[in-house]
Write a protein that binds this ligand. Structure first.
Ligand code: PLP
Length: 359
């Protein structure tokens, strides 16, 4: 048995993988695969529509929010957000909770005025800063946050309260649809699909439509949200395979009972690993307890030699992808929605046994 703890692209629900395999060459008895059809065909349109409706349903999205399937990853959104929403003379507020936030800040700084109002760089990004202390600009074009920090293993558990006039923009790449939250409090949410929603190659954007109208005249059509809202995500050829997989992953989420049910399982998975880590000093969690992520559990051992042994032995035992991000080292168990509780319990058993032998 192999359990895949890769951080992204990451494991997908096995039943979705099997369904994709079974209909890859012959979709709906058409005599060809869905990837061999036009993005403007009725068959593909039904798939895209299903993916959109599933997302609307799972997130209880308000009607004035558009669901877009774009390309270029979350990284293109680092640029598209300020290009469309940071109009000249305005300032955007950003919170720097990890390397992905920093990249978003860097891109926005090329477009307009940016203020970093809080962060955690000095302390190695081990905690989400307390939003009560933030000095928010009431006139900011928007406030940008990163809900889950994939590399440091931290996650917001409470959202900052901000003035109504300031849209909250969130990079949710690594925790979208992993918990039951109020999606309508955000002006714009974006997520590369490859952690919780599907394969790489498609980015889901949820945008309140009136925000899209801010776009300055100088922005090229392909980079405007308005273009993709009007074009229903087929202005140009999208990742048809990616959208098809998102439709199936969101079907699966609905079969699980929706986001509340998914969150309950994710909470059990999180508790299983952190309880073990906290039991004694053998494993050391790197994130502050109040900021710990349900999606990426980062931990260290006494020294790097022992970590090397842990990584080699865990890989040999079938636990794939536990190496921490190259910028921080250590270990990281990425336990997105598709990772079953069984996989996490098996990993905890392995970790207990490893501790017994090396503690
Ligand atoms: C993975 C990740 C990204 C990068 O996504 P790309 O699709 O590779 O551009 C950005 N933000 C967060 C929080 C991520 O986890």
């Amino acid at each position: 048995m192999t359990y895949n703890f890769n951080p992204g692209p990451a494991m997908l629900p096995p039943e979705v993988m099997q369904q994709a395999q079974s209909e890859f060459c012959d979709y709906n008895d058409l005599g060809c695969g869905i990837v061999e059809l036009s993005h403007r065909s009725g068959e593909f349109d039904a798939v895209r529509e299903r993916a959109e409706q599933n997302i609307r349903e799972l997130a209880s999205l308000a009607d004035n929010t558009a669901v877009l399937f774009l390309q270029g990853g979350a990284s293109l959104q680092f640029a598209m957000v300020p290009m469309n929403l940071l109009t000249s003379g305005a300032t955007a507020d950003y919170v720097d909770t990890g390397p992905w936030s920093s990249k978003a800040i860097k891109e926005a700084g090329l477009i307009g005025h940016v203020r970093v109002i809080a962060g955690g760089k000095e302390t190695g990004y081990t905690a989400i800063p307390d939003s009560a202390a933030w000095e928010l600009d009431d006139a900011a074009a928007y406030l940008h946050i990163t809900s889950n920090n994939t590399i440091a293993g931290t996650q917001y558990s409470v959202w900052p309260s901000i003035p109504d006039a300031v849209p909250l923009i969130c990079d949710m790449s690594s925790d979208i649809f992993s918990r039951d939250i109020d999606f309508n409090r955000f002006g714009l949410i974006y997520a590369g699909a490859q952690k919780n929603l599907g394969p790489s190659g498609v980015t889901v954007v949820l945008i309140r439509k009136e925000l899209a109208d801010r776009v300055p005249d100088s922005v090229p059509g392909i980079l405007r949200y308005t273009t993709h809202i009007e074009g229903k995500s087929v202005y140009n050829t999208p990742s048809t395979f990616g959208i098809y997989m998102v439709a199936m992953v969101t079907d699966w989420m609905k079969r699980q009972g929706g986001l509340g049910a998914i969150e309950r399982i994710n909470d059990q998975k999180k508790k299983t690993l952190y309880d073990l880590i906290d039991a004694d000093d053998f494993y050391r969690g790197t994130a502050d307890p109040g900021s710990r992520s349900k999606m990426n559990v980062c931990f260290r051992l006494a020294d790097e030699e022992l970590e090397k042994i842990f990584l080699a032995e865990s890989a040999a035992a079938g636990f794939m992808g536990l190496k921490g991000h190259r910028s921080v080292g250590g270990m990281r168990a990425s336990i997105y929605n598709a990772m079953p509780l069984d996989g996490v319990v098996s990993l905890a058993d392995f970790m207990r046994e490893f501790r017994r032998r090396n503690g």
